[in-house]
Each structure stands twice: as C-alpha cells, then as structure tokens.
Design a protein around this ligand. Structure first.
Ligand code: DLL
Length: 440
C-alpha cells in the first residue's frame, strides 16, 4: 500500500515546484541561523537569492562529515536547545560520533517517512511487526518504532541482538513484518533452520532490511531461507535516519527517494561535478523540511545511481540503486579499486558457497594481497564427508571462486574456504566484513 498517496504519487511538475519552494526556504533558513553555513556561502560568493531554479542547488557549497566533527556536538543545529526534543548519534569507525537532533515536528515528519517505508515494504495496519534494529542512539530502532506506531502496527520492540529471544518472539508473537540489518536477517534465518523451522512455516512475510550494504544475491538467500520478500530500506543519521528511501515490494528494484522531503543529487566523488541520471557517483542530499538539523548538499560517501523511470507501484519518486560501495570503504588493492559488494556479487551466485564471507587485505613488503574467506554451503559441506582441504572437490571450488573474482575485479584474489559457521556473524547490528591489515 501507499501510505501517503497524495505526496508519493504527485505529478513531477508539481513535485518540482514544491521542491524549489522548500529549497529556497531551507537555504534562507540555514543562512540566517547556522553560522558555518552562512560563512561557507559567503566564501563561495552565493546568497540565498541566487537559488532561482532547482538546478541552482549546484551553486551551493557541500556539507561533509568533517563539518559535523568540526562543530561537534551541536554546532550545526538551527534551533535553540530547548526546541530539540531528541538526540541520536552514529558511531563512525574513527573518532567522535556524529550527533543529530530533532524538533517535535521533525519527529512527526520522520515517523511519517518511516510509515511510508513500512507500507512500501508490504506492511498493513494491524500486522505484528518485530523491530530488531537497535534501540538507543542508533536511529534505526526508535525511527522505525515511531513509523510503525503511526501506521498502527503491533510493535514488538525487540531491538538488536539476543538471537535466542528473537527466534522465540518470531515463533510465539507471529510477526508478519521483520526489520533488521540484512546480515542479521541471515543470522535469524539460520537460527530458525537450526531449530527445524522451515521457510514459510511462520507468519513472517516481509523484511525491511537495510543500514548496511547488501546485494541481490544476498536478497535471494534471505528470501529463500526466511520465505519472505526482502525489501531494501536506506537512510543515514545526518539526513534523518531510516526513511530517506525505500523500495516498493512490487518491484524491489531501486529505492524511491522521498523527494518531497529530500533533494537528491549524484556527483562525481573526485570533482564534485553533478552527474546525469543513470551514472554512478556519490549521493548528495539536501533536506527540505527539517528544523533542528537541516543539511544542504550533504555528501554521503555512498555510491549509487538514480533511475527516473516511472514505476509500476505508482510512486513518482526517483529510485536510487543499491549502494554499490562507499567512497571511504573502497579498497585500493595494487592500484585497483575494489568494493566489498563486488566480491559478494561475484561469489554468492556459486551454489556451493554460503553468503558468509570476509575480505582480508595484507601487505607483504610492498605487494598487497587480497584474500577472500568464504564459508562453504552447509549441505555441500556435509556431502563432502571428511574431505581434506586439498581434496579435488574443494580445490576445484576454490579455483572456480578465484576465477569468478578475477572476472569481476580484474585482480587475483586468494580464496580460502571456511567451514560453515566459522566466520563472524551479525549479532544484531551492522557487520564489518573488511579487515584491512595494511593499516594496523
Ligand atoms: O543506518 C539508518 C538506517 C537505519 C537505515 C535502519 C536503514 C535502516 P547510520 O548509522 O548513520 O544510519 O548509517 C548510514 O549506512 O551512509 C550507508 O553507508 C549505510 N546504509 C544505510 N542503509 C543502507 C542500505 C542508518 N540500504 C550509512 N544499503 C549510510 C547500503 C546502507 N548501505
């Protein structure tokens, strides 16, 4: 179902008029209220009056993660402290967390956007909804919680982790909709299979999965093992949290960006130049309605492309592709750019392999080595009996995997086959798959 048909199916011409009005308002708003924005715009020689058309957004300076660090914790807020009713934070891999704030109205908008996501993913009012995103400073848990309550779902606020209990709740409370990271969805799927629960045996039908990169191959695994439709949800704290874009369950082919609240661009990550529809580049968002922490041209670091073609679901919003990588998790191995998603895409299609892998980069003197550790599929493993690691079956599987990787990466990677269950699993949150030992 479409939660807000008036907004989500608005004709493009009307949407663009609304976006321009809101863009002009937000640029004036940050210029008047947030000193770092005013300063940056003055340095660039642009003023709010220069935004006459939507395309003029490219005249405005970018905002980056570094701006959040420089003005930690509250320096980018646009309202007095007593109007902020909620704080969230996302922990980066380095340094201090990124802090974000919401006014009462921001929370209402956010709940509406998360309700749109749940509806797009297949949820219907009255459904039992197990929310296994972490509650707390992370935006996933509380964001989806508010959207689900607004929609009238029966919310089971499970939070992340404690797989035993998640399984019990899924079985006894009978959730039809589950929200968690895709890697945790796989953990839950395996835990259910271990207990003899077959896909489709539970009332569970839809997964609202995101907060970390995943691939269509992984989607297939999750859908088969849980007997559900697995739908991609995307968002980031700096922009609002979950609720920036979501796939429709009908197509599951690109996430509709809620363009009445966010203006989206794709730019060349090196030059910052805008790129046309269809080209891969860095996603950049401008919030159009936020009060406490508006952002103008925030550079996400996420690599994706935009598709403006009409969608069967009726939504008129553009669709963003899956996030293909991050500008900062791109590994450069012997001068070649490698994204973890490419590794996954190359390997997960081989049926004797499982979706559990880890990428390890080392450096012997000056030469980078790329190693991909991947678990063999449990039933294939059983069929091998007591095969040695150098048995012909395993050696040929390893060769096949190495060839598949070479085909995608143009780089020789060493494949190490691991026993089922031996590599790290998601214990409820985002899973780190890359170990770059060159920096250690
Ligand atoms: O992960 C918000 C969220 C919560 C999204 C629940 C979806 C569901 P952060 O912790 O600030 O916010 O992390 C944001 O996670 O820039 C992407 O790199 C990555 N990310 C989020 N969703 C996806 C996705 C939340 N569907 C960062 N696919 C973003 C790939 C994603 N990467």
């Amino acid at each position: 179902m479409i939660w807000n048909p008036e907004a989500e199916t608005m004709p493009r011409s009307q949407l663009e008029r609304l976006q321009l009005e809101r863009l002009q308002a937000v640029v004036r708003y940050v210029y008047e209220r947030v000193a770092p924005y005013r300063r940056r715009m003055q340095e660039a020689g642009v003023s709010p009056e220069d935004v006459r058309h939507l395309q003029d957004v490219v005249k405005l300076p970018f905002t980056t993660k570094q701006d959040f660090r420089d003005h930690y914790p509250f320096g980018l807020f646009a309202v007095p402290r007593d109007q902020v009713v909620r704080i969230h934070a996302s922990s980066g891999t380095t340094g201090k967390p990124t802090v974000v704030g919401y006014t009462r109205r921001d929370l209402q908008v956010w709940a509406e956007l998360c309700a749109r996501c749940l509806a797009a993913s297949g949820a219907q009012p009255g459904d039992v909804f197990q929310n296994a995103y972490g509650y707390g400073l992370f935006t996933g848990g509380l964001g989806m919680h508010a959207g689900a309550e607004l929609m009238g779902l029966v919310v089971v606020p499970a939070s992340g982790g404690n797989t035993e209990r998640q399984v019990l709740l899924l079985q006894d409370f009978g959730a039809r909709v589950l929200a968690c990271t895709p890697s945790y969805a796989l953990t839950l799927a395996e835990a259910l299979l271990d207990r003899g629960v077959q896909p489709g045996q539970l009332p569970l039908r839809y997964g609202v999965l995101g907060a970390e990169p995943w691939t269509d191959a992984m989607r297939k695994q999750i859908e088969e093992k849980l007997g559900i439709a697995a739908v991609n949800i995307y968002g980031l704290s700096e922009v609002i949290g979950p609720g920036v874009s979501n796939e429709c369950v009908e197509e599951r082919n690109g996430s509709h960006v809620f363009e009445d609240h966010f203006l989206v661009e794709v730019v060349d990550p090196r030059t910052g130049e805008p790129l046309p529809y269809g080209r891969e580049g860095e996603l950049v968002f401008t919030t159009l309605t936020k009060e406490a922490l508006p952002v103008v041209r925030y550079r996400t670091g996420d690599i994706a492309s935009l598709n403006p073609e009409p969608c069967r679901c009726g939504r008129t919003f553009v669709r963003m592709s899956r996030v293909l990588g991050r500008t900062d998790d791109m590994l450069v191995v012997r001068g070649i750019n490698v994204y973890p998603s490419q590794v996954e895409a190359a390997l997960v299609g081989i049926p004797q392999l499982s979706p559990h892998y880890q990428i390890v980069v080392t450096r012997e003197r000056t030469l980078d080595e790329l190693e991909v550790r991947i678990e063999v599929d449990p039933s294939f493993h059983r069929s091998l009996g007591t095969a040695e690691p150098d048995s012909p079956e395993l050696a040929s599987l390893r060769r096949r995997a190495e060839q598949a990787l070479y085909g995608v990466l143009n780089l020789h990677a060493k494949v190490t086959l691991a026993a089922p269950g031996s590599l790290p699993r998601s214990e409820g949150g985002k899973l780190r798959r890359v170990v770059d030992q060159r920096k250690l």
